[in-house]
Write a protein that binds this ligand. Structure first.
Ligand SMILES: Cc1cc2nc3c(=O)[nH]c(=O)nc-3n(C[C@H](O)[C@H](O)[C@H](O)COP(=O)(O)O)c2cc1C
Length: 174
């Protein structure tokens, strides 16, 4: 069982969360910065992938993250990831950017889906205060939103619960 954690970041918060998540899971590879990844075919050698993505391009339909993920979306969509579980966590700010909270998660989610991955790690929107988000699909976010700008006191609890949920949804993850 080989499970990878990948992140991209502008001010370091998504990297910090990737490290904290790694500490809650016993058999994941160390988090990798997407900016240092030369070949996305690395994903083909994994059984499951956990991805961290912040939102910087407020209100954008395309390239919402503003990080290295944006340039790789099309390539991700062209991979064959059938049979692999993929989970996404997103960094955002639910009060300052309350109309676009963690919008980038959904864009990444759609390209992994296009690649045939089985998407896991959805969480209830009712646990958050925000006005709108492209990542909210009905009553669920298509990943785990985290707000280190205004709600950092809630992050530990959210991460612990998500890690436990992933252990049920990703076979072999402990
Ligand atoms: C100029 C700017 C634009 C932002 N746009 C959004 C946004 O549209 N939606 C959101 O949820 N957060 C937004 N944020 C908040 C960042 O996503 C948040 O600070 C995040 O933790 C940054 O992660 P990073 O340090 O890994 O880059 C924005 C922040 C700034 C400064």
């Amino acid at each position: 069982m080989t499970i990878g954690i990948y992140f991209a970041t502008t001010t370091g918060k998504t990297e910090d969360i990737a490290e904290r998540l790694h500490g809650l899971l016993s058999n994941c590879n160390s988090p990798k910065d997407l900016a240092d990844l030369s070949d996305l075919n690395e994903f083909n050698n994994l059984d499951a992938i956990i991805c961290g993505i912040p939102t910087w391009n407020t209100g954008a339909d395309y390239e919402r993250s503003g990080t290295a993920w944006d340039a790789m979306l099309e390539e991700i969509g062209g991979l064959n990831l059938h049979g692999k579980r993929v989970a996404i966590f997103g960094l955002g700010d639910s009060s300052t950017y309350t109309e676009n909270f963690c919008d980038a998660m959904e864009e990444l989610h759609s390209f992994f889906k296009k690649a045939g991955a089985t998407m896991v790690g959805y969480v209830r929107t009712s646990d958050y205060t925000f006005d709108d988000s492209k990542s909210a699909i009905g009553e669920l976010f298509c990943g785990l939103p985290l707000d280190e700008d205004g709600e950092s006191d809630l992050t530990d609890d959210r991460l612990i619960r998500w890690a436990e949920a992933l252990k049920k949804e990703i076979p072999g993850l402990t």
